[in-house]
Design a protein around this ligand. Structure first.
Ligand code: KIV
Ligand code: ZN
Length: 386
């Protein structure tokens, strides 16, 4: 049986917390429209109590989302929850996302509250949110550094007060995949809510493990993943949406799960977010980087030319990326060079080809990549010197 995994996108909230990112209302609406078209299940549009700008952005996104639920983040404080409700009034599917930290270090040093007081906050916050909307998510911030018996109390109470989605964040990116999978399993088992609630995870990338941890949680039974486009977010960022989605899709055999995402919109959405945030996509970024479907070594190029799947596990068209490219450089071989000549309309005799290939290899020792103009010059040089 295939499980449906919900994709909760927090590009506009946690993604916007990335250093140096500040999206205006119009930019947020543009991104939200794209996310909605891509069929994410939830768009977290902002933290309405944080600023009037966030309030307006959540309000605007709430009005335009046709498919996705729209979430507004709130601490357990009354004012935060009322602001979130106010901002979400125009949404077809409003969700209030209430959070409070549950780890000993956060409770003692940040909140300065005892565990009993934190439970009281959860009771008040979740009850109020649920009196306003049907769809309430509760997050136990810094869950991965919290104690399981306390999490059991916190989540059970949140469910009792009306939360329908329970989120287990790895707030500081401290978890390791096999440990996190086990942790998620133990929390779910301890709470014992069965299928009556949605279990979610929200992983940060401080150790570069956010995607791996999210996938381990899916294996353990989580059915919502919180992520951002291009993995944007606080510090080293969040789990990257495109990587989570394509890992689940490409390894369907393993995860036995699917998302509702329209994957050909992954690449255009990544570029839109990069342009509007000013944060470039690294060339070697999985799925959406410029080099994700580029091949330079002669052996790989020969393989791809014979059968694409020899060195590609995904079809670039499935993620909306430009078709695979063969980069001509010093590692390239004659197959790729001949292919490019043919694409450019040259059909050289075997003798001309050998001479041109020699000129190409000589040039590669002087230049990192060879362009079409270089090839034109090589062919012209060969033809002129015949
Ligand atoms: O990282 C985190 O714990 C969060 C929560 C608010 C879900 O962003
Ligand atoms: Zn976060």
């Amino acid at each position: 049986m295939t499980r449906r995994i919900r994709i909760f996108d927090t590009t506009l909230r946690d993604g916007e917390q990335a250093a140096g990112v500040n999206l205006n209302l119009h930019e947020k609406v543009q991104i939200a429209q794209r996310l909605d078209a891509m069929r994410v299940d939830v768009i977290e549009a902002g933290f309405p109590a944080a600023s009037d700008g966030d309030m307006e952005a959540v309000r605007a996104v709430a009005r335009i989302a046709r498919h996705a639920a729209v979430a507004g983040l709130a601490r357990t404080r009354e004012n935060d929850i009322l602001r979130a409700f106010e901002a979400l009034k125009g949404a077809l599917r409003p969700r209030i996302h209430v959070f409070i930290a549950t780890s000993p270090i956060h409770m003692e040093h940040k909140l300065k509250l005892s565990p009993r007081e934190v439970l009281e906050e959860i009771r008040r916050g979740v009850t109020l949110a649920r009196s306003l909307v049907e769809d309430v998510e509760f997050s136990a911030e810094d869950a991965s550094r919290s104690e399981i018996p306390f999490l059991k109390e916190a989540f059970s109470l949140a469910i009792q007060c009306g939360a329908t989605t329970l989120n287990i964040p790895d707030t500081v990116g401290y978890a390791e995949p096999s440990e996190f999978g086990q942790f998620v399993h133990s929390v779910m088992e301890a709470v014992g809510a069965g299928d009556s609630v949605t279990w979610s995870v929200h992983c940060h990338d401080d150790l570069g493990l956010a995607v791996a941890n999210s996938l381990a949680a899916v294996m353990a039974g989580a059915n919502q993943v919180e992520c951002t486009v291009n993995g944007l977010g606080e510090r080293a960022g969040n789990a990257s949406l495109e990587e989570v989605v394509m890992a689940l899709r490409t390894r369907r055999d393993l995860f036995k799960a699917e998302t509702g995402i329209s994957t050909p919109l992954l690449y255009p959405t990544s570029r839109l977010v990069s342009r509007l945030t000013g944060i470039p996509v690294p060339p070697n970024k999985a799925i959406v980087g410029d080099n994700a479907f580029a091949h330079e070594s002669g052996i790989h190029q020969h393989g791809v030319l014979s059968k694409r799947e020899t060195y590609e596990i995904m079809d670039p068209r499935d993620v909306g990326a430009p078709s695979s490219s063969l980069i001509l450089g010093k590692h390239s071989g004659s197959h790729a060079f001949r292919e490019r000549l043919n694409e450019m309309g040259y059909n050289l005799s075997e003798e001309d080809f050998k001479a041109a290939f020699k000129l190409f290899k000589d040039l590669c020792d002087r230049k990192k990549t060879v362009t079409d103009q270089d090839i034109e010059a090589i062919v012209a040089d060969r033809l002129v010197t015949l």
